[in-house]
Design a protein around this ligand. Sequence first.
Ligand code: SF4
Length: 296
Amino acid sequence: MPEDGVSKVCHHDILSYEELLLLARTVVPLGIEKIRVTGGEPLVRSGIVPFLTELSQIPQLRQLVLTTNASLLEGMAADLWDAGVQRLNISLDSLCPENFSSITRGGELSKVLAGIGRAEEVGFPIKINVVAMRGVNDHEFLDFAALTINKPYSIRFIEYMPTQKDTSWESRVISGEDILARIVEKYPLQPVVRGEMAGPSRDFKIPGALGTVGVITPVSGHFCQDCNRIRVTSLGMVKNCLFADTEFDLKPYLRAGDVPALQEILNKIVTEKPGKHLISNKETSHQPFSMSKVGG
Ligand code: SF4
């Protein structure tokens, strides 16, 4: 979340649920098997549960996942489960109430933990994403790892990436290897075999633990060759790579209900997906963007 908050946009400029469903019903027959609903924070949008129910009923959609900060999850977990959401990715960068409040600009850790507990009760597999930041939460890595001993959670540490105009971003990055090395000083880790629809994380298990610990390394060991994601913002702009400066506007096609043109532009977007990012190359730069607008 940017320090000065987010700039507001007109209601009319945001894709309606009908437009989002048209998009989903168009991309799934083209071969998209997994949809992840992100944000901002998706649970603050009115009518999210009926929307997810319709989304989950699209034939051929194999996975429907939701990324949330879990602040509202306690009261919504059961409805989300009933709606057909199969998995939750929870963004949680600290287990210390003060540090959590500072990172999230006022968030309440107790609400998040209550939400995670409720989601676990109703049956959700829980994935927790921790953005690893030197000097911010690196003293908490062992606490996160310890959480997996008695909880069946998948905790993934993500290397910090430059998204805003942050010239000192590299000093905040802790590589996946360093994260694992710090954990191994206290807990031995065994590699876990990747599942068929596994994401980009390398996962490990503390022997006897119920959960897993993983690292996602977009900076030190980019996984662009395996990346098959495209992202659609709430304004209908598509990014076929987080760091691509070109965006494609789907809104005219969605508003016109022009499915053949939509299919054509979607094919072009996928075909032109960049081979890899160049974020560590000092000679190149990308337009700054906010993850609160693009989603995870
Ligand atoms: S291709 Fe782009 S979005 Fe995909 S992993 Fe690489 S940098 Fe990230």
